[in-house]
Design a protein around this ligand. Sequence first.
Ligand code: ZN
Length: 422
Amino acid sequence: MENLEITRIWIGLDDTDTPDYGCTTATFDDLINSISHLSNFRVLERRLVRLWPFAERRTRGNGALSCIIECSSESIIEFESLLSLFFSNLGDSLQNDGEIHPQTSPALVYSFEQINEDFYWEAVRQKVDISDRIKKLSGIKKLTLNSDWGLIGASSAMAWKSNDESTWELISWRYPENIGHKREISSAIVKEMEINHPETFVNRDPTQEKGLIAPRTPCPVLYGIRGSTSESVLSAHKWLQSNPAVEKCQRFAIHRTNQLSDDHIRGFSTSTVLTKPVETKGAHSSLEVTHKGNRKTLVAFKEGGDVNRLLRKLIPGDRINWLGLESPDGSIHLERLRIESSVPRILGRPICCNNKTMRSAGVNQPLRCLFCQKIVLKHWVFENINLTDLELTNGWVEPSPSQRRHLSRPLSLGEPVMLNLN
Ligand SMILES: [Zn+2]
């Protein structure tokens, strides 16, 4: 009689790509395929998890992969030997002149129970100490090459729990012979796809008329389609693949992701502007604000578009709401910005004849025009802050889609539920 006991397994993988070759998403797909023949095998969920953008040893976008699978309990021994075989083959394939690229630290972890979710929260919001993480992972099966750095991403992706708000990304991979050649997918087709599939998002940057779904690196990914449901990304993918002008993919998979979750930031803050903005080299702007009784430097990058434009309009006394990520140097890299209230912008004294400014004879004296001798009470002419050149959503501005972090929630998805931190 067949034993129908089923075991659930969590698997995490990270850091298997080199700067110019491979992609952890494709390697993870290979891994799942290598165990898919196990008896009663089933994938419950595949996950693409983005982590703290400032992590030192990060890959582009700092993403890691994980999944939850099930198989017959009696296949566990085979499962474990397949995984170590897969990992040793991976090690061989990453060898170049007998060495693995020093920036690649592959790690594969698995567990027969859900590991502590805190591992995820720690790694999405701050720097993780590698020796501390290794200590906390004692008892969990780990395979690593080169160094242990990949363990942070692999275990954090495994620890993440999806929820009703979690988004989806369908990733398709290219035929090996196409890798390195230009991807056949025009921005016009991506635009049409988006119109026909309104539940997909961040496919394009309308400010640059640029499609964002296809990477520009020689990696095996053909495109990634993000959306609010798995059905929407699948139907957009089928629509694209049915178009003869679009490159055919070799394979694809749908991932649950923490993209657009804002998990990397804790909420927005309200501050008073203390200094005028300073433009640093590269047209980045920064200024100082009040923050929990101290001073804090807010930085907007040139690529931040409207965030940078709004920051440069601020003057001392303005009250702002802001959302951003604290960088290792302590400054805040802004991701969203809004004016709560602004102080009047003083233009000067009133103007009268010949475009000349009216002047006062001294303290407690009125303003007088030297030409027509008109007298008015002493006052300033001012204007309100001008925001007409900005694209505002409920008063907020954000960077253009191509400059936004994978983790950041776009304003177009509605005002995010945010905790006001002060
Ligand atoms: Zn006059």
